[in-house]
Design a protein around this ligand. Structure first.
Ligand SMILES: *[C@@H]1O[C@H](CO)[C@@H](O)[C@H](O)[C@H]1NC(C)=O
Ligand SMILES: *[C@@H]1O[C@H](CO)[C@@H](O)[C@H](O)[C@H]1NC(C)=O
Ligand SMILES: *[C@@H]1O[C@H](CO)[C@@H](O)[C@H](O)[C@H]1NC(C)=O
Ligand SMILES: *[C@@H]1O[C@H](CO)[C@@H](O)[C@H](O)[C@H]1NC(C)=O
Ligand SMILES: *[C@@H]1O[C@H](CO)[C@@H](O)[C@H](O)[C@H]1NC(C)=O
Ligand SMILES: *[C@@H]1O[C@H](CO)[C@@H](O)[C@H](O)[C@H]1NC(C)=O
Ligand SMILES: *[C@@H]1O[C@H](CO)[C@@H](O)[C@H](O)[C@H]1NC(C)=O
Ligand SMILES: *[C@@H]1O[C@H](CO)[C@@H](O)[C@H](O)[C@H]1NC(C)=O
Ligand SMILES: *[C@@H]1O[C@H](CO)[C@@H](O)[C@H](O)[C@H]1NC(C)=O
Length: 576
């Protein structure tokens, strides 16, 4: 008994319903939290350190909560991993646990995100200081050529998985619930937070009841190297388009393709029809003009070592769209092929911004030249070449085949950590998990079709013997994919600002999990333009939207859906 104080205290609390009517402050004590910790031996490989517990009652605008810190070690090791949890007051608690995703190379460090849902939230330092802002790209090497695997595994999936595995019994014991009481467990995140969510569905499928993931930065080997593809296109075609020329190509594409969905509202809701019907060469000769700018771009905040922040100056630009500019744009939208003509990867949808393709202006020579996006440059330098430096210094001699070989190396090396594309979700399915997966149709950072490819892989692996329509009917009972017309990376799009964006995903997933209401669409609200205030019900892929007789309909268009679907014969192993 002496060895298992946690279990003993948990039973005692459950029997007396000690939490009911308690204030958060009365539960928020070191001794109560210590008594609620899962005992050593109950979670394989995890030893809690009761002496590390701190507990502080804290006020926020969402109410009072108990902020707890506690550390654990992996059995047989001494490296401490710090966890933080935020417990809402007992009268606000709705038997829920909430996990939020981070972004870039970061994990989430906030434990107040669940308060509005009556949920306990958790966060982990993953053993490398993630709670205090250390990003995994700061610690992925022990030295040139030596990978520091512990942080990579912890960042890839293990850190969040353990935080949740520990957090659920801790939550039950904290509030005095029975050991088998249901604690509805939710995940929400976008970008790398989307990848982190997919890692939980794939590796800890029985821990999560409801998962909302956006634009997951998964298929890591391909995804991160792909950030260099646009620059390599420019180098290969030997044309570095002025920034204004590419901006004009995007604007002209949006104007031309906006009406194809049946409504002229400034939004391409059917990039598939745009791809089938619009010829980029028709833009050649159109005039463009941009004022001079000095801008500080925040990039996508990929890591702290090199957060993508860059200050750039562009001169006033006037000109006409060239055939070379259009050729660069077309090659970028087409995606990466090796020199044998085999497809290696997919790309951004037509009408998306050319963020990766942005060139820099040299005002001494008055020419445009290559700019290596930090997202891709840092990944190749640190995770593929294994050099303790921040960026690639040059793309000299880098060809499409080099990119394919980098992708192959990274996919193989990080197959069981960062790649995050295991398509067998049987554990998640059999424990009743539900997932909403969304992706902006004009995402310029993680290609929209990347999400479609994973969805298709899950469909094929989970239902190999069903026809595709039967398989889709089965899949949507627990996993639904929504494409958001015109939207950018995890956000609305400044070039298509009248597009819809989802605002209440958590309400939708909670209703699905707790009330069994399977979504038939995903609410997305228009916040600008003539249709401001409209709530669109987004179509479940592969259905596509069409404006008919004054309303959006979801139509079946197999040919349209196929424009999102790719295979990658450039790789010999299956790419899920
Ligand atoms: C659990 O194991 C850790 C590491 O061995 C130890 O420090 C800790 O005191 C143990 N916890 C209890 C409650 O015995
Ligand atoms: C939090 O705010 C409430 C109401 O304003 C107050 O009664 C309580 O003492 C505060 N708690 C802490 C820990 O500051
Ligand atoms: C593209 O359209 C945006 C408004 O949507 C405008 O601010 C920008 O100047 C345009 N760029 C070019 C090159 O036409
Ligand atoms: C909004 O409505 C006005 C007035 O009908 C029209 O002139 C304008 O083109 C519309 N804008 C968009 C983006 O549909
Ligand atoms: C080139 O840019 C630098 C730094 O922004 C500026 O100081 C300089 O005046 C510019 N030169 C020309 C010729 O525009
Ligand atoms: C990475 O290095 C290249 C080449 O020196 C440079 O063009 C690019 O701006 C750098 N990126 C960042 C974010 O430092
Ligand atoms: C690691 O390699 C880089 C690139 O070759 C080099 O600049 C750096 O000095 C090396 N670091 C050490 C500690 O040797
Ligand atoms: C690129 O290739 C040329 C010719 O083989 C060689 O001279 C040059 O050093 C290479 N550049 C880099 C950066 O490797
Ligand atoms: C979706 O929007 C409709 C119409 O605005 C609303 O009635 C419904 O409650 C919303 N669903 C969710 C889950 O928020």
């Amino acid at each position: 008994m002496r060895q298992f104080p946690g279990i003993a205290a948990g039973i005692a609390l459950a029997a007396s319903h000690a939490a009911a009517g308690s204030s958060v402050a009365s539960l928020c004590t070191v001794s109560h939290v210590q008594s609620a910790l899962p005992a050593n031996g109950t979670l394989l490989g995890i030893d809690m350190l009761p002496s590390s517990v701190t507990a502080t009652t804290t006020n926020t605008t969402s109410g009072e909560y108990c902020k707890v810190a506690v550390s654990y070690v992996h059995t047989g090791t001494t490296d401490e991993i710090v966890l933080n949890y935020g417990f809402p007051s007992p009268d606000a608690f709705k038997n829920r646990f909430y996990v939020a995703g981070g972004f870039g190379y970061s994990l989430n460090s906030d434990v107040t995100g669940g308060l509005e849902y009556g949920a306990v939230s958790g966060a982990t330092d993953a053993g490398y200081g993630a709670l205090t802002g250390t990003t995994v790209d700061e610690v992925n090497l022990l030295g040139n050529g030596t990978i520091n695997w512990d942080p990579i595994f912890m960042f890839a999936y293990q850190g969040l998985g353990e935080m949740t595995t520990i957090g659920k019994p801790l939550t039950r014991a904290f509030y005095g619930l029975d050991d088998d009481a249901k604690v509805y467990t939710y995940y929400e995140g976008c970008s790398d937070g989307g990848r982190q969510g997919m890692s939980q569905v794939q590796r800890y499928g029985d821990e999560y009841d409801g998962v909302v993931v956006g634009a997951p930065a998964f298929r890591y080997g391909q995804q991160q190297v792909n950030h260099l593809f646009s620059s390599v296109v420019e180098q290969t075609l030997d044309y570095y388009p002025p920034t204004c020329e590419l901006a004009k190509i995007v604007n002209a594409t949006i104007s031309a393709c906006d009406p194809l969905d049946g409504r002229s509202d400034g939004v391409i809701s059917r990039s598939d029809l745009c791809q089938e019907q619009f010829d980029l060469t028709s833009i050649i000769g159109e005039s463009y003009h941009c004022a001079a700018t000095t801008s500080t771009s925040l990039g996508f905040n990929f890591g702290k070592r090199n957060d993508g922040t860059s200050s750039s100056t562009t001169p006033e630009q006037s000109g006409k769209v060239t055939a070379q500019g259009v050729a660069v744009a077309q090659a970028i939208y087409d995606g990466l092929f090796n020199s044998n003509g085999d497809r290696a990867y997919l790309s951004y949808r037509i009408g998306s911004k050319f963020t990766d393709a942005e060139t820099t202006y040299d005002n001494t020579t008055q020419t445009w030249g290559v700019s290596i996006p930090s997202t891709g440059g840092e990944f190749v330098a640190r995770f593929i070449e294994l050099l303790d430096i921040d960026n690639l210094s040059t793309l000299d001699n880098i060809t499409y085949d080099t990119l394919v070989s980098w992708m192959d190396t990274a996919m193989t090396r990080y197959m069981d950590t960062l790649q995050t594309t295991l398509p067998d979700l049987s554990t998640f399915l059999s424990s009743g998990g539900k997932m909403i997966h969304y992706h902006g149709e004009a995402d310029p950072s993680v290609p929209t079709a990347s999400s479609v490819h994973y969805w298709q892989s899950v469909l094929d692996i989970m239902y190999p013997h069903l026809s595709s329509s039967e398989a889709q009917e089965k899949l949507k009972e627990w996993y639904q994919l929504f494409i958001i017309p015109g939207a950018s990376h995890c956000a609305s799009n400044s070039l298509q600002p009248n597009g819809p964006f989802p605002q209440d995903n958590m309400a939708t997933i909670i209703r699905w999990v707790e009330e069994g209401v399977q979504p038939t669409g995903l609410n997305a609200t228009v916040t600008e333009g003539n249709y401001s205030g409209e709530v669109q019900s987004l179509c479940q892929f592969p259905k596509r939207p069409m404006w008919k007789k004054g309303a959006w309909e979801c139509v079946a268009d197999e040919k349209g859906a196929e424009t999102f679907q790719y295979t990658f014969p450039a790789f010999k192993v299956p790419v899920y």
